[in-house]
Design a protein around this ligand. Structure first.
Ligand code: NAD
Ligand code: G3P
Length: 450
């Protein structure tokens, strides 16, 4: 604009010069400078000539600058703009670009599922970027370099090829910058820090989904991880939960999952499309909080089931603990969010996830070892020894749920949830899981009301 305005100013100066009249024939050249241009005789004094010369040189200089900018600078500016503007210029605008934020056990399997679909479906760019929290392996190599060389996450999912179109990237900002579909799948305790690093770094049109089972408790109250992501990054976030033990899906054993969405069914369908395979069946329901709370709270029940296994109390006791746990899951979810639907508890994210976790999950396994050791070895110690870098979610979730219960005066209403935390911190012995959980809550929790 500045260039155009200057150009107009130059034009006006030019017009003014054209207003000089031709010198009348026979006019004496001694009075007027003989300034002949063809048959024009301009009756100008030296002062006028100086002014005109000044204006002309000004005009020519400005013209030169404008031409210089257009010829030499504009292409450079265009190039710079192209580099910043998403999506990159080498792709059709309708193709979605997917980045996975996280590369643990489930994060790696999610990358494998997604990578098989982005190759197959035209609406997605082939490449799937996977942010990796960089680690140095015992061999001295960087985990990202090994993943990119071998196409395998040798630490968190050994023996499984992820797909050649998965690119491991240790730089979080670089990994997300071009994506318009972000999949969050890290242990929940790292998400606050990760979101903090991503503020202002994601595309304006980005959609997100969280596969993370967990919650945060803030001064204002409980905050689901999808809400944390939505609020911190200013984007819409769906969730995907289900009976999904990652190692089983990695070897393509049949499983189901549930996508929870808030409003936009089309977005939910796009996520369903991105994850679905013949052995991984995904269904969408309009209940983000219900789906996410199922995935989050079942980990607390799994710890209780692990205590029962460690104490060798048998299947009936374990089934009883699962039933009481499911009742508390439903009541707690509905007390926090009245919108939570009963039907959600019958989806894969509900009762199916509860069953698989209480039978074969990591939370159950480590809790069993905790009980076998009479609570003498801490969860942290057992987790490090038994999971080699993978993380439990149930112990910290039990603590977070306990904070909500004590803050709201609900401890007596949720004896199983409260007891799991008290055993985990050594306040009660593992055997308390049955004695305390079987206590009848003071009020009916059947419909989630107090
Ligand atoms: N593994 C499963 O079977 C499974 C299935 C469904 C859902 N989930 C859920 O998915 C989420 C992620 O689980 P996962 O199994 O992929 O992870 P994981 O348990 O394998 O966790 C390890 C991951 O945490 C990363 N990490 C370690 N320190 C970190 C730090 N300071 N900052 C950021 N990252 C760090 C590691 O690099 C690694 O990628 C959890 O909420 C879990 O409950 C897991
Ligand atoms: O191994 P866990 O206990 O973390 O559970 C894994 C998944 O959440 C099961 O769906």
């Amino acid at each position: 604009m500045e260039g155009i305005a200057r150009f107009n100013t130059v034009g006006i100066v030019g017009d003014e010069t054209c207003m000089l009249s031709p010198a009348p024939r026979g006019t004496s050249s001694s009075l007027l400078t003989p300034y002949n241009i063809s048959n024009f005789h301009l009756p100008l004094s030296p002062f006028h000539i100086d002014i005109i010369t000044l204006f002309l040189s000004l005009f020519l200089s400005v013209l030169f600058v404008v031409v210089f900018i257009f010829v030499f600078m504009a292409p450079a500016q265009e190039l710079q703009h192209d580099q910043q503007a998403p999506p990159p210029s080498d792709e059709a605008p309708y193709k979605s670009r997917v980045t996975i934020v996280g590369s643990g056990n489930w994060g790696s399997v999610a990358s494998k599922l997604i990578a098989s679909n982005t190759l197959r479906l035209n609406s997605f760019h082939d490449e799937v970027r996977m942010w990796v929290y960089e680690e140095i392996l015992p061999s001295g190599e960087k985990l990202t370099e090994v993943i990119n060389r071998t196409n395998e996450n040798v630490k968190y999912l050994p023996g499984i090829k992820l797909g050649r179109n998965v690119v491991a990237d240790p730089d979080l900002e670089n990994a997300v910058k071009d994506a318009n579909m972000l999949v969050f799948v890290t242990p929940h305790q790292f998400m606050e820090g990760i979101c903090g690093r991503l503020v202002g770094k994601v595309r304006g049109d980005v959609e997100a989904i969280s596969l993370i089972k967990g919650m945060e408790v803030k001064m204002e109250g409980p905050c689901m991880i999808s809400t944390l992501i939505s609020q911190q990054l200013g984007l819409n976030c769906c969730v995907l939960m289900g009976a999904n033990i990652a190692n089983e899906i990695a070897v393509e054993k049949f499983s189901e999952a549930t996508v929870g969405y808030r409003v936009d069914r089309d977005i939910a369908e796009k996520w369903v499309q991105l994850f679905s395979t013949p052995f991984f069946i995904v269904t969408a329901v309009q209940d983000v909080e219900g789906v996410e709370l199922c995935g989050t709270l079942k980990n607390v029940v799994a710890i209780a089931a692990g205590f029962v296994d460690g104490l060798e109390m048998g299947n009936n006791t374990k089934a009883a603990i699962m039933r009481i746990g499911l009742r508390e899951m439903k009541a707690f979810s509905k007390l926090l969010f009245s919108s939570v639907k009963d039907t959600t508890f019958f989806e894969s994210c509900g009762v199916a996830d509860l069953i698989t976790t209480c039978l074969g999950g990591r939370n159950r396994k480590v809790a069993e070892a905790f009980a076998k050791n009479g609570g003498k070895r801490s969860f942290d110690e057992l987790e490090a020894e038994m999971l080699q870098g993978q993380k439990l979610q149930g112990v910290s979730t039990a603590k977070e749920v306990y904070e909500v219960l004590s803050h709201r005066g609900w401890l007596d209403l949720f004896p199983l949830f409260a007891t799991v935390h008290e055993i985990s911190i050594g306040r009660l012995p593992p055997s308390a899981i049955v004695e305390h959980s079987e206590r009848k809550p003071k009020f009916s929790l059947a419909d989630g009301s107090i």
